[in-house]
Ligand binder design. Structure first.
Ligand SMILES: [Zn+2]
Length: 112
């Protein structure tokens, strides 16, 4: 009995999936913050925040949440992904770009 060849697995197309370097989930509706290591010009090698997503260079993505940004900076996940140390300026910009945690809709009220 021959084992039938399975379904074709030839589709190895490289889809650029934006994945958060910290939590590894792809960006939802909020999208991810793009961080770019500039590839050309005077600023080559500089890591900057790229809110427009138009700057060219090696990019990495992170959720715009304090958790993921904190983790990405603390564990140097961005640096690893970009293969370059990110400056304090970029780190500051990232922290500033972090969205505040959403307020709890309803706190249990304890009265009496
Ligand atoms: Zn994340």
């Amino acid at each position: 009995m021959n084992t039938a060849s399975g379904p074709a697995v030839g589709k190895a197309r490289r889809t650029p999936i934006r994945t958060c370097v910290a939590c590894r989930t792809s960006g939802g509706k909020r999208g991810l913050l793009r961080v770019v290591r500039l590839g050309a010009g005077e600023d080559a090698g500089t890591v900057v925040l790229d809110p427009t997503g138009k700057r060219s260079g090696r990019g990495a993505y992170v959720c715009p949440t304090p958790d993921c940004i904190g983790l990405a900076l603390k564990q140097k996940k961005l640096e690893r992904s970009l293969k370059t140390p990110i400056g304090e300026g970029a780190a500051e910009a990232l922290r500033a770009a972090a969205l505040p945690a959403p307020p709890s809709p309803s706190l249990p009220e304890v009265s009496g």
